[in-house]
Design a protein around this ligand. Structure first.
Ligand SMILES: NC(=O)c1ccc[n+]([C@@H]2O[C@H](COP(=O)([O-])OP(=O)(O)OC[C@H]3O[C@@H](n4cnc5c(N)ncnc54)[C@H](OP(=O)(O)O)[C@@H]3O)[C@@H](O)[C@H]2O)c1
Length: 339
């Protein structure tokens, strides 16, 4: 059995990790931490976990934490993990970090959009945990930077198409929507019921922090710089994320070519489902699952193609993908605890 611990277990992604790890066949969840709920049972913080886990939240202390775990999930706001991940690694614990701290190869890009990095040397060895496209590198990783939720929808859809030259690298637009849990459990005005219910609005249209993450990975896949117009929207749903991505087919390429490339890239990959022609993804169809559903439609009049990609932001967009990463790191069946 692999012994796992969660630092920041009482946030939305932390609680999802508790929910899924408590039934994982190869994992014993041994320690969970929280500052606000220290001394309280997780099932008192989240009554839905009653009967699944009776673990009590503890304060984080590196020595006592690391004595009891083989792998740690850091489900914390960005900036906090880069301060504690070096301590975990020094004590022989592998890490899947759900924040943005270890997602970037280009530390300057991270620093331009977040803050100065205090462990830049780890960014060089950390592996970007987009499981379907980075499987081999994840196996040996000591630190995995679990991808952002919006980037997961866009990158799973576009990386194979760009690599195979099916779409042009110019003029990509992603019109993306997220449920309110994407903002985490902390209180904020925009997440109040009266502000979010029956509302539908774009936000951070001048630049969302996920844009440089998306562009870094697309640029690496393409071999030169790729710019994306990325417009996130908040929808009145608790969980779910869907990106409608507009792109242009390369000269001589068709929707059928795109479909063939995605089908072969994801053949045997259990969590990416290509919808058949005429059918489109729906956030309801991926709720509480680790699936990413992808649909395609093209306009033969002008060579434009729409790629639609849907996930549950808390599962494939965060905790499910983090567990998938752990499974790959530990040499387990990638589906363990997730199907
Ligand atoms: N929500 C999503 O859909 C989603 C998707 C992908 C990635 N992520 C990323 O995953 C991470 C966690 O997100 P979340 O939505 O779970 O956030 P959250 O609901 O706000 O939870 C944050 C957790 O971190 C702890 N925490 C907060 N400030 C802390 C500090 N200064 N030091 C130590 N612990 C602290 C909180 O518990 P205490 O205050 O009790 O310690 C809580 O357990 C973030 O980096 C986020 O960007 C989130």
């Amino acid at each position: 059995m692999i012994k796992a611990g969660i630092i920041g277990a009482t946030g939305y992604t932390g609680a999802e990790l508790v929910r899924m790890l408590s039934t994982h066949p190869d994992v014993e969840l041994t320690v969970i931490t929280s500052r606000q709920y220290e001394g309280q049972k997780i099932s008192d913080v989240y009554p839905a976990l009653t009967g699944r886990s009776d673990l009590v939240c503890e304060a984080f202390e590196p020595d006592t934490f690391c004595e009891r775990v083989d792998i740690a999930f850091t489900a914390l706001p960005h900036k906090i993990p880069m301060g504690i991940v070096p301590d975990l690694l020094d004590r022989g614990v592998r890490v899947v970090d759900l924040s943005a701290d270890f997602r970037f190869r280009n530390v300057a890009a991270y620093e331009a959009w977040y803050q100065p990095h205090t462990a830049p040397e780890l960014s060089e060895t950390a592996v970007y945990g987009l499981c379907e496209l980075n499987h081999e590198a994840i196996k040996g990783a000591q630190v995995v930077g679990n991808p952002g939720c919006y980037p997961t929808t866009i990158l799973l859809a576009l990386v194979p198409l760009l690599k195979a030259g099916i779409i042009e690298a110019e003029g990509i637009i992603s019109d993306s929507k997220s449920g309110v849990s994407g903002a985490g459990r902390g209180l904020s005005l925009g997440a109040h019921f009266c502000e979010a219910n029956e509302s539908f609005k774009p936000y951070k249209v001048d630049g969302h922090r996920h844009r440089p993450e998306i562009e870094e990975v697309l640029s690496l896949a393409h071999g030169s710089d790729v710019e994306v117009t990325f417009i996130p929207h908040l929808i009145p749903a608790t969980r779910g994320m869907l990106s409608t991505i507009y792109c242009t087919l390369a000269e001589g390429k068709s929707e059928a070519d795109a479909r063939a490339v995605l089908a072969s890239t994801y053949a045997g990959r259990p969590f990416v489902r290509l919808r058949e022609a005429g059918k489109m993804p729906d956030i309801l169809h991926v709720q509480y699952t680790n699936f990413c559903d992808i649909g395609l439609s093209s306009d033969s009049r002008n060579g434009r193609m729409v790629v639609v990609s849907a996930i549950d932001n808390l599962v494939k967009g965060a905790s499910g993908q983090a567990i998938q990463n752990m499974n790959i790191m530990a040499g387990l069946d990638e589906r363990a605890g997730l199907l």
